[in-house]
Design a protein around this ligand. Structure first.
Ligand code: SF4
Length: 387
């Protein structure tokens, strides 16, 4: 009976993987990172994004091919500056970072050993991430709860998190600090803190990304039978200070972000249930021809995108590579103007209907009556103000 159950579960997993591979086409899957997971949970109701991300489809290339290239992403200059800053903070066994942690944050850090878990020479084949994750798991779980041990810094641990029923490896760009038996996630960012103030949107994004790492570290400890609370909800954010390249640090409490992340991840439907809603033969195949251009036409890919339900909102512009395509597609829908507009319009879905109701050119239904009265009043006040 047990063997039958295992065989049946394995068959389902294989079937799911084959389906996702068919959706993606004969190209390697895109890897997630903390930024994409944080963004993914920002719009959990969007089936299109969940399907494409689960299949590892390259959304950036799709967006460019259908004529709506993404305009987000850091400039090469910003990326280079960020890399230089990170290297500086980690130089000499992270000496600068340790000084900050002791002086600015008062963390009781004794002598610290530094372990870089990045293994660039590991094979990047199917076993590559699993082997790197196993090494991270062995070292991190070995250090868990050792209150008597000296401090330990783990650079580049490769973590894993389940997203929409699929295990996702998180690219290693963090440091986990173990001190007095507890882990702290250290997030190094290159945006400046000027006069102890930083851009709230950037701090919020950094906190959400750090919360992804906290969650993944907690998952790793739980799987190994340790208390997940050994990973602190206080993360260390390190940024350049004022207009210099000298680092400063602050503790961020990410409990709120953890709650949101957990809630949104659990709300995401399991991917196999979502796949039931999309056509069996659907594919976002981006296989290139001999000149490197995708073999499928933009119209074919746009039709494939249209076959999966989307839920565009203005927040997509800063969180998803397909935002310009989806915004174009959603033109004329009140949802495209934002959640607050849609709610205030009491469920009227079309901008055309809103304008007709405001002008009194259309008789409202019973459900639209209240919103229609408000719209007519707003239109009258606007006309009076303009005259
Ligand atoms: S941009 Fe489109 S695909 Fe991406 S989350 Fe928004 S609606 Fe979904």
């Amino acid at each position: 009976m047990l063997a039958w159950r295992i065989r049946s579960k394995w068959a389902r997993v294989t079937e799911l993987e084959q389906r996702l591979a068919r959706l993606r086409g004969p190209v390697p899957p895109r890897r997630h990172n903390a930024r994409t997971i944080a963004a993914l949970t920002g719009n959990p109701g969007c089936t299109r994004r969940a399907v494409l991300d689960s299949a590892g489809v390259d959304k950036q290339r799709i967006a460019a091919h259908v004529g709506f290239p993404a305009q987000s992403g850091q400039s090469r200059f910003a990326i280079a500056r960020g890399n230089v800053f990170e290297a500086q903070v980690k130089a000499d066994g992270a000496a600068e970072l340790l000084r900050l942690l002791r002086e600015r944050l008062g963390l009781p850090i004794p002598e610290v050993s530094y372990d870089d878990l990045d293994t660039p020479d590991a094979p990047d084949g199917p076993d590559g991430p699993e082997a790197r994750h196993a090494r991270s798991r062995e070292l991190l779980t070995g250090a868990a709860g050792r209150a008597d041990a000296a401090g330990l810094l783990f650079d580049h641990p490769l973590l894993r998190l389940d997203v929409a029923g699929q295990p996702v490896y998180l690219e290693p760009d963090l440091i986990a600090l173990q001190v007095e038996g507890r882990f702290h996630v250290v997030e190094i960012k290159s945006f400046a803190v000027i006069d102890d103030q930083a851009d709230p949107a950037k701090v919020s994004a950094a906190a959400t990304q750090a919360a992804v790492y906290v969650l993944a570290l907690r998952q790793l400890l739980t799987e190994a039978g340790h208390d997940p609370e050994l990973v602190s909800h206080n993360v260390v954010l390190v940024c350049p200070r004022d207009f210099s390249n000298r680092p400063t640090a602050a503790l961020l409490d990410v409990r709120k972000q953890l709650g949101t992340l957990r809630r949104q991840l659990s709300r995401m439907a399991r991917i196999d249930a979502l796949l039931d809603q999309v056509p069996e033969a659907l594919s976002f195949d981006l296989a290139p021809d001999t000149a490197g251009a995708p073999t499928r036409t933009p119209a074919e890919l746009a039709a494939a995108l249209a076959a999966v339900e989307a839920r565009y909102a203005p927040e997509c512009l800063s969180a998803c590579e397909l935002a310009y395509f989806c915004r174009h597609e959603a033109a004329g829908a009140t949802a495209a103007l934002g959640k607050s507009v849609r709610e205030e319009l009491g469920g009227i879905e079309s901008v055309e209907v809103v304008l007709a109701l405001a002008a009194g050119d259309r008789t409202p239904t019973e459900e639209q009556a209240e919103a229609a009265a408000l719209l007519r009043t707003a239109a009258r006040l606007r006309a009076e103000a303009l005259s």
